[in-house]
Design a binder for this molecule. Structure first.
Ligand code: NAD
Ligand code: MN
Length: 352
């Protein structure tokens, strides 16, 4: 029997609701399939904890979760704490501290889900987001704060090592898919330093992948391709900021932010990877019991695959699709089901 140590960080708002549901699903799968189980440790590092202690992650906290096999994360963000403090206090120290440089965001329209696009069935994308540097490097500063002459800089840092490894990751992923197509997204017409480095390194890495077809799009233009010609895209590689924006669009085009999963991967496995829904803490529906748990279930399936439990991941994915196909939807997908009802339905399919 294999035991996986999971560090659960539910965080704020609906994060706690969807992670509780996700853990029930993982336990249900372990019961049904056998051969593995989970040892889950909960970390209470939410915004209330921050307000009480002055920090999200306590001293030694990162070292402690570094021993986990995977991190299962809900969302962070509260009306009582500025968003840049919560993001930089919890999520980014984990992504950057554990060098989870590849953020993988699949998007497709699940059975029974309605895309706002008439040809939404053509959506079958994986967005690869550079997750360690770029626009979210954290460098910059403010001088003459509050004065009319105030200046603020937000510095994007791109390293050749960082750019090359994300391109290589994206090519490997594209190679593993039937379409074997990779789109490089930049803004190298206007941003003429880091983005040109992206273009150059992409061309160099492409030589090692003659079997992968490639094209390049500017980030503004690719939004129109996503909406008007979704079939033209397969794997997309983009910077931290660009891919952040494109993946929310991809989620909306696939039906709802409530179904979109993501994996923050440390591909060389020197640290644990982190799995989370793309969405945030959703203040407007917190505590109502109607958060869509599907994004969290899908990310749990990605976590299982990462842990080497491919069959369990596929079993879960099939169960998710059977439930979405049945029309049992939370309000974000136009239904009236609760988180509890969707969770129970998936548990029921799993247990068969
Ligand atoms: P959000 O994702 O929380 O919500 C956007 C909209 O989508 C809301 O109308 C919400 O109700 C809906 N939605 C999101 N997830 C849903 C789900 N599972 N089921 C049903 N509906 C869902 O984004 P926001 O409103 O921009 O941000 C709220 C807070 O979350 C902010 O503090 C923000 O910083 C934080 N945030 C955190 C993360 C993260 O932890 N990774 C990501 C995004 C936003
Ligand atoms: Mn985002």
């Amino acid at each position: 029997m294999k035991t996986y140590n999971i560090a659960a960080i539910p965080g704020d708002g609906i994060g706690t609701e969807v992670i509780a549901a996700g853990l029930e699903i993982l336990e249900g799968l372990a019961r049904r399939l056998g051969g593995f189980n989970f040892d889950v440790t909960h970390y209470p590092w939410d915004s209330e904890y921050y307000l009480k202690h002055g920090h999200y992650i306590p001293d030694g906290g990162l070292a402690e979760i570094s021993k986990a096999d995977a991190i299962f994360f809900g969302a962070v963000g509260s009306l009582k704490v500025a968003d840049h403090i919560s993001l930089w206090g919890l999520r980014l120290p984990i992504c950057q501290g554990f060098d989870q440089y590849a953020n993988v965001r699949p998007a497709r329209v699940l059975p029974g889900v309605k895309s706002p696009l008439s040809n939404g069935q053509a959506i079958d994308w994986v967005i690869v987001r550079e997750n360690s540097e770029g626009e979210y490097s954290g460098s910059g500063g403010r001088v003459h704060q509050g004065l009319p002459i105030e200046v603020a800089t937000e510095v994007s840092t791109f390293t050749r090592v960082g750019v090359e490894r994300i391109h290589r990751f994206a090519f490997e992923l594209a190679r593993s898919r039937p379409a074997k197509h990779l789109t490089l997204v930049t803004k190298s017409n206007a941003q003429r330093h880091g983005m040109v480095l992206w273009d150059e390194v992409f061309a160099e890495v492409a030589r090692d992948y003659p079997d992968v077809r490639t094209n390049r799009e500017l980030v503004d233009a690719v939004t129109t391709t996503m909406v008007l010609k979704p079939e033209k895209l397969d794997v997309i590689v983009a910077t931290n900021l660009h891919a952040d924006i494109l993946s929310d669009l991809a989620a909306a085009l696939s039906g709802s932010l409530g179904i979109a999963p993501t994996a923050n991967l440390n591909p060389d496995r020197s640290f644990p990877s982190m799995f989370e829904p793309i969405h945030g803490s959703a203040f407007d529906i917190t505590g109502k019991g109607i958060a869509n748990p599907i994004a969290t279930f899908w990310t749990a399936a990605m976590m299982l695959e990462h842990l080497g439990e491919r069959k369990a991941g596929e079993h879960l994915m099939r169960a998710i699709e059977e439930v979405t196909a049945s029309g049992l939807h939370t309000p974000d997908l136009g239904g009236t089901a609760t988180t509890r009802q969707v969770t129970d339905a998936v548990l029921e399919v799993i247990s068969r």
